[in-house]
Design a protein around this ligand. Structure first.
Ligand code: HEC
Length: 117
């Protein structure tokens, strides 16, 4: 009996993540810290990040509802993560430099960016 209850609990927990890719990417709160540490705000306006008023890149308000990344990549996690880690490798000639984010940092940053709707 106990095994059955456990299996049910696991199934219910797993069900919570269905259709919610942002929640499996990383931790949005950690993402906010990563964004501050890498000073993304030097180039971007980013809601919720103190002092993020840069104008080199596009403002990131509403990013979660945007269709494209850099006008060329589909705005999906499988394109956003590589973009965050190494933009010039994804879009030749882009002005956004690779900043050296780890895979985990990119996931946390992506989770935060997808809260911007
Ligand atoms: C030196 C300036 C600079 C820094 C620092 C920078 N970016 Fe960018 N970013 C850009 C530019 C320029 C673009 C536009 C790229 C293009 O369209 O080719 C861009 C584009 C983006 C996009 C795509 C936006 C869109 O709507 O197409 C995201 C997301 C993004 N940056 C996130 C970040 C994050 C997160 C950081 C920090 C880890 C960061 N950027 C740091 C300059 C920068």
């Amino acid at each position: 009996m106990r095994g059955g209850a456990l299996a049910l609990a696991v199934a219910l927990l797993a069900g919570c993540d269905d259709g919610e890719p942002a929640s499996t990417l990383g931790d949005p709160d950690r993402g906010r810290t990563v964004i501050a540490r890498y000073e993304c705000g030097a180039c971007h306006r980013i809601p919720g990040i103190a002092g993020a008023r840069g104008k080199v890149g596009p403002p990131l308000a509403g990013f979660g509802r945007r269709a494209m990344i850099a006008g060329t990549l589909p705005n999906r996690p499988d394109a956003l993560l590589p973009w965050l880690r190494d933009p010039p490798a994804q879009v030749a000639g882009t002005a956004m430099p690779a900043l050296g984010l780890t895979e985990r940092e990119a996931g946390d940053v992506a989770a935060y960016l997808y809260t911007l709707r």
